[in-house]
Design a binder for this molecule. Structure first.
Ligand code: ZN
Length: 154
């Protein structure tokens, strides 16, 4: 569902509903919050992709929009790898979206924390990966969220 919402440009990003400074990406505050920026081009997103279960240098991909991005990721892959890539994309998109909402709605100023977000991506990736898949046997990095922070389950 998250993949569809991102690719269909149906999420309420700042470019659609914000005005003035509300249109800025809440994670980096350096560009307009569009799906393309938030999920791929944002420095926070690129760092997350690079450290994700299927590490990617997203800025090296020649794509220009979300549909191209997913298409490029899945090009020339076998069905099992394609499934893992789509699960990784869904986990990464979901984490970025939830994390962005936490930053927006937090009563205090929370700073984007890549380790906490990465912990969520790996958890969701393993939850969504079929248990008999070769990717389900991938090692989870020894990343622990900071002890003072809890990660809400969705
Ligand atoms: Zn950004």
């Amino acid at each position: 569902m998250m993949l569809w919402r991102v690719c269909a440009n149906s999420l309420p990003t700042g470019d659609k509903f914000g005005s003035g400074s509300e249109t800025l990406c809440p994670l980096c505050k350096s560009d307009t919050e569009t799906p393309w920026h938030l999920f791929v081009k944002c420095p926070f997103a690129s760092a997350l992709w690079f450290a994700s279960p299927l590490p990617l240098r997203v800025n090296a991909l020649p794509c220009v929009d979300m549909v191209d991005f997913i298409s490029d990721l899945c090009n020339n892959t076998n069905p099992e790898m394609r499934t893992s890539i789509l699960i990784c994309a869904a986990a990464t998109f979901e984490t970025i979206w939830n994390y962005k909402n936490q930053v927006i709605h937090s009563p205090s100023d929370i700073q984007p924390c890549i380790n906490r977000a990465l912990f969520s991506v790996f958890n969701r990736f393993h939850e969504m990966t079929p248990k008999d898949s070769s990717c389900s046997r991938m090692a989870t990095p020894s990343i622990e969220p900071p002890p003072s922070l809890s990660i809400p389950t969705v």
